[in-house]
Design a protein around this ligand. Structure first.
Ligand code: LMR
Length: 395
């Protein structure tokens, strides 16, 4: 039976990272996976996480299963983090959540709930979107439409195109939005544009599903959630996929949450029950370690403050790298890369062709996705000159 199965191609992001790891060139530059890397090219563990981890290991007395909905401190903490501690929706008791294995688990549980409400519902995704959105949501049975989002010539959001396309999104449809730091393009909506999307959702009745995996990596934790909070303040229902992979550096620990903002508390409880049944048939119960660390950080004033300071420093470094990269690219060629400074989070498209990105890999050992998406956090003082010259070399 199994011998019918063929070898599948590697994942376009993780597979490329593996090719880069195997490249013996000491000058290689890894701009593939969205992982924060410091000046030494290392993905560091936050000090706040180290402190929480030491306390957890000292106190942990059991490895029994987590409760199906996960850690209560984590769920409460992540709801406050995403929605704001003064959120009227929280105060009104119309929010619930399920701890999930990372942001992907949250997307999957969100998709299961959407499909339970409307079998094969249409989900509108931005063009482009994170490539994993499609298989993750599609494997549940949801169907896709795309809306225009990134405009390569102007290196920004094609908001008129987005609005024109989303006019066809109706009640029963879901619109998947990137809460901040759009993956892969780094171009975000302004608050005024979020307001237009809220008007459309109100008028047309579609349900927003917001992936906010990069909260805190753009302009700050609260600023990055401003658009999401605007939608929550205006609409009866919003589904949110949140994650501590990026903003706490807990990538491998898989600490995420599916958050449901509902019409009322009864509906919020119903969605948790739906989420738990869905989780039981997919992975049963969530992993403990990452959420227990995040739950501690989010509920402890001292640890929380330490974490916020570290996150701001990380963010400032990424923004500094954006400026430095533009300056370097300006010195080696005449193409205008200043758009990189306007974009947010870890990613930007350099605007190169797939052929140019292939040449960068083969001739310079510089690795970025075929779309020319780069992880800005992979740039550092020791590779920035080489990177700029390599880019100039293929232009
Ligand atoms: C990325 O886009 O590189 C990250 O979100 C990691 C992943 O799982 O693809």
């Amino acid at each position: 039976m199994l011998d019918k199965l063929e070898q599948l191609p590697a994942d376009p992001i993780l597979g490329l990272a593996a090719v880069c790891r195997a490249d013996p060139n000491p000058q290689k530059v890894d701009l593939t996976v969205g992982i924060y890397m410091d000046e030494q090219g290392v993905c560091p563990v936050f000090d706040a996480v180290q402190h929480a981890q030491r306390a957890l290991v000292a106190e942990e007395t059991s490895k029994a299963y987590m409760p199906p909905a996960g850690d209560e401190a984590f769920n409460q903490g992540i709801q406050r983090l995403v929605l704001g501690s003064d959120s009227p929706a929280l105060r009104d008791g119309r929010v619930s959540s399920v701890q999930t294995p990372g942001g992907c688990g949250a997307l999957r549980i969100g998709a299961e709930i959407i499909n339970a409400a409307t079998t094969g519902a249409r989900v509108w995704v931005s063009d482009p979107t994170w490539p994993v959105h499609i298989p993750l949501l599609g494997s549940v049975g949801l169907k896709f439409e795309t809306y225009r989002y990134y405009e390569p010539a102007g290196h920004g959001v094609d908001f008129d195109g987005m609005v024109a396309d989303l006019k066809a999104a109706a009640a029963g449809d879901v619109v998947l939005l990137h809460g901040c730091c759009h993956n892969p393009c780094g171009a975000d909506l302004s608050l005024q544009q979020w307001g237009v999307i809220a008007d459309m959702a109100e008028r047309q009745g579609f349900t927003p599903f917001i992936d906010i995996a990069y909260q805190g990596l753009g302009d700050g934790l609260d600023q990055d959630a401003a658009g999401l909070r605007l939608l929550v303040s205006r609409l009866p229902e919003v589904i949110i996929a949140a994650s501590c992979s990026k903003n706490m550096g807990l990538y491998r620990e898989r600490a995420g949450a599916a958050i449901f903002v509902c019409r009322d508390g009864e509906n919020a409880r119903a969605l948790v029950s739906q989420g738990l049944v869905a989780a039981r048939r997919v992975y049963s119960m969530p992993p403990a370690h990452g959420a227990l660390l995040a739950g501690r950080i989010l509920s402890d004033e001292v640890l929380g403050e330490l974490w916020r300071i570290e996150l701001v420093a990380m963010c400032e470094r990424i923004n500094g790298l954006r400026n430095a990269l533009v300056q370097k690219l300006n010195t080696v060629g005449d193409r205008d890369f200043s758009f990189i400074q306007r974009e947010k989070g870890m990613f930007s498209f350099l605007g190169l062709s797939a052929e140019q990105t292939r040449r960068l890999r083969e001739e310079y050992s510089v690795y970025m996705l075929d779309s020319s998406r780069i992880n800005v956090a992979g740039v550092n003082a020791s590779n920035i000159d080489y990177l700029a010259e390599a880019v100039a070399g293929v232009l």
